[in-house]
Design a protein around this ligand. Structure first.
Ligand code: G4P
Length: 289
């Protein structure tokens, strides 16, 4: 789990270093989490990337609601970006990303050739907030086990281009950007992705919010995973939900009472790792970005 403390100095440094890299690359591959494709974006990404071609890749599509993911891809395309969704655990998907980059840059490369410039490889860089899959993406393409960087703000000094194939190169370290700190809704969504310990809500509030959301949007998931059918109008729905999950999962009582902390820990870990089922926490209609 990413544990970066983002201070203004870190943000300024990350922005500066990434802007510097921007000069030598042809395309930015911006990774966001398909389960919250707005909340998991860096808030200053437009300013950082400016008008460099950008592909917005929604990762972890295997954990997200398929229909809403399709809406998000259309939404980003409607804003003029190239966009697609992937499961980075599936190596077949990598080639699709590279193909899309090639397609976007075809006119530029053809123009260079017609001006008599030598054929060259496309240069790409991966950007995103912690835990969206940057290292997974780079490591798979570089055929190695772990990134050299870890999750440090900005980029590291020892930068190299990885030659993925004869006409596609990638920076070997990702650009690590800070998450949004905008409002409670965004903080809640990011906390539910389990990527960043960034929450301005106490855990029990997050539990209540998540349960309400799931009851309204994914009742079938609650039923399947916990045999739960919640009536939000019932005054005791919350306590009953805690008791029900504790009993179902045989969580031992604490001093004769349901162990609420363990119920919450179990619930959040199943949400974070996707074992609860495919869930998306926000729809394009909710944003005005
Ligand atoms: P980062 O560099 O942006 O911080 O993210 P990183 O690649 O470390 O990925 C964070 C976690 O998300 C990893 O899980 C990674 O395997 C998982 N992940 C990335 N993309 C996908 C995807 O498309 N689908 C699924 N299901 N998972 C994805 P981890 O638990 O930290 O490590 P591990 O499972 O690889 O051991």
């Amino acid at each position: 789990m990413a544990q970066i403390q983002w201070f203004p100095g870190h943000m300024a440094k990350a922005k500066r270093q990434i802007s510097e890299r921007m000069k030598v690359i042809d395309i930015v591959i911006e990774l966001v989490d398909a389960r919250a494709p707005y909340s998991s974006k860096n808030p200053m990404i437009n300013e950082i990337v400016k008008n460099k071609p950008r592909l917005i890749v929604l990762t972890k599509k295997d954990m997200a609601d398929e229909q809403i993911t399709a809406k998000w891809v259309r939404y980003y395309e409607s804003l003029g970006y190239q966009s697609m969704s992937v499961n980075l655990k599936n190596f077949n998907e990598y080639q699709k990303i590279i193909e899309k980059c090639r397609k976007v840059l075809k006119p530029k490369m053809e123009k260079e050739l017609s001006r008599g410039l030598k054929p060259r490889a496309i240069r790409a860089m991966v950007l995103g907030i912690p835990n969206v899959g940057k290292s997974t993406f780079i490591n798979k393409l570089a055929n190695r086990k772990a990134t050299v960087t870890g999750n440090r703000p900005g980029v590291t000094k020892a930068q190299q281009m990885i030659k993925v194939d004869k006409d596609f190169e990638l920076f070997d370290t990702p650009g690590v950007l800070w998450p949004k700190f905008d409002n409670e809704q965004v903080a809640k969504n990011i906390a539910l992705l389990g990527s960043i310990k960034q929450t301005i809500l106490p855990l029990d509030d997050l539990f209540i919010e998540a349960m309400k959301y799931l009851t309204i949007h994914y009742p079938e998931v609650l039923k399947q995973r916990y045999q739960l059918e919640i009536d939000l109008d019932h005054p005791d729905w919350l306590l009953e939900t805690f008791d029900h999950i504790a009993q179902l999962r045989k969580i031992k009582p604490l001093k004769g009472e349901t162990d609420y902390d363990r119920v919450m820990a179990l619930f959040f870990s199943e949400i974070n790792d996707g074992s609860i089922g495919r869930i998306t926490w926000e729809e394009p209609a909710c944003v005005n970005d």
